[in-house]
Design a protein around this ligand. Sequence first.
Ligand code: ADP
Ligand code: MG
Length: 359
Amino acid sequence: MPLLKVDNISAGYGGETVIDALSFHVNRGEIVSLLGPSGCGKTTALRAVAGFEPVSDGQIFIDQKLASAPGMTVPPEKRSIGMVFQDYALFPHLTIADNIGFGLRGKPDVDRKVQVDHLLDATGLGGMGGRYPHELSGGQQQRVALARALAPRPTLLLMDEPFSNLDVELRERLSVEVRDLLKSEGISGILVTHDQHEAFAVSDKVGVMRDGRILQWDTPYNLYHEPGHRFVADFIGQGRFIPGVVSSGDAYETELGLLRGKRTCTQPTGTRVEILIRPDDIVPDDNGDIEATIKDKAFKGAEILYLLELATGTRLLSLFPSHHDHHLGDAVRVRMDAEHLICFPAAAEPNNSSTESIQ
Ligand code: ADP
Ligand code: MG
């Protein structure tokens, strides 16, 4: 039995359903993310797990005990969970050590001190216990919030966009630190975020959400390489869709010629499909059979991401090694080098919803 089992829950506000028949589970020691655009119901789902929102359908089990069901909600303080939010709201008049030890009031002083000192060290705040929150940077304050949530040794830590107030570099570093810390403390976690890089850095499994539902629950690797849903393919990573027609089990007629995949397409022969082409599927090759014009570029350090336009007007993204420094309007030759192809039934209207800008 997993540590947390969310079984077919629905929840909402004032009769309006926000999350609908949502199911997932978290095994002991596992860290998962709920990833999706703003407004898709991530916070509502997390608040239901925390016990702040009742469920109108389904059940939540924590450690095999029923925690939520229609008409029954075990309160947050009885769930053995810790929580960290975006606005981490430290107590300004308490020292860092007292902030961290806040949830340990009532424990003997010596136990409390051991645990606070341990967490100060574990979060890289050793020696700062006597300071006050305003004397710390934003990143350090967020570490205090994390330490405070971990102090009572919850079995499950819930994190709602905990890094979104921080700058990108710090966000990435803290994500990795949080993962390491939870793993070393043996605490399971759920991270809610709209930032796929954050979700990927922290999680064993990620649920991609849209409109109150999880569309795919999978490893970060599979979400990128094996998206099971058009929305997931679009939301995760970069890429463009080109139209095609299934010509046999693993081949597609396209304007780039016959593209062959390594597996059998689930669509019947003759079906119009859209094929996902990632930037790493298109490689520069002076002898390549595809001619394209450079429409936009974004310098990425070791690589340059180019937006290419074919004679037909179709646009593709391609990663070139950084020394291939072309100008907008240049003609280049490329070829397809796809490990495998992912296709979806064609939408009524061709739709590359990724923005045209690649910066
Ligand atoms: P996310 O965290 O993914 O951005 P939320 O769970 O916060 O999404 O919100 C999902 C939907 O529920 C949104 O349409 C939002 O406007 C609505 N909502 C969130 N909180 C409340 C509330 N307290 N009262 C009414 N509607 C809410
Ligand atoms: Mg939210």
